[in-house]
Design a protein around this ligand. Sequence first.
Ligand code: AVJ
Length: 331
Amino acid sequence: MSGTNTALASVQEAQETSANEAFLNDVLSGLTQPQKKLSSKYFYDETGDSLFQQIMRCEDYYLTRCEMEVFRESAADLLSALDIHQQEFDLIELGAGDGVKTRHMLRYLSEEGADFRYLPVDISAHILKVLCEGIQQNLTGVKIQPFEGDYFDALSRIDDYSERRKVLLFLGSNIGNMPVEDCQTFCIKLAEHMNPGDVLITGFDLKKDPRTILRAYDDSDGLTRDFNLNLLRRINNELGADFDLNGFEHYQTYNPLNGACQSFLISQREQNIRIAGQVISFEQHEPVFMEVSRKFSLSDIDDLATTTGFIPVKHCSDSKGWFVNAVWTKK
Ligand code: AVJ
């Protein structure tokens, strides 16, 4: 191995170690609070990615199909806040994943002859590679420049890279995983990377029949249950803990008052779990809060826009009216 490679390997090792330390710190601090919690941002290891893929394909989880319909049917409408023929721009997608929905928009833009570049942002180098290959094969001619890293780090690098107008995409109802205050802060921080007239398109899951919502997160195949339990398995594998996955059951709630769909793992008995030399005690029936997926009304969405530096422009919805892609411009 050459000197540079050795140096690179040790940098990577150091990065992995610090990522592992952050994971351990978050897990321990979450489980030593009076109300135990874990963060759903750690759901997505390889097994978690594959479980989420299965969730997106399952009958009960309607969100992905609804948003796909919006992108397939309403690409022009989503972009009508911008004169796509008048000025070059960058289409920036936060958490792009496999970019399958966005392809509809990319196809529309290339057919229209718009002068744009596609800048997908993701923390997974692997998924960015898959995404770029998919686009180079199916949409030759689309200029694509991937940015690996966390959203705000990538946005700062994009600010240095380009002065063009921005169209930001934040899809999939990922915004729903943020508690109310984090969500406000997030939008304010996005606005700081935008100029007046720049466009933000966000995917929101709408308030609807509570039973429909609950079923999407309590699916009959038990995929969401496995998705939650997988985090315990990940903690066992990566942090050397000794969770018994049979000792916890998944419990899902939806509160129509505040639109919060929440998942919990419930300890089935009194038990002690060992993590990195520390013992965590669970009472019988004690809950661990795992994830919130917030649901919005149209006025919730408009209020979020106006309180964080945006002007609400339009709501593009699927034919059932279950999901909305909200178009905002920077004030
Ligand atoms: C990927 C965050 C949008 O909250 O609907 C799916 C994750 N959790 N089933 C969601 C999820 C349980 C999903 N997001």
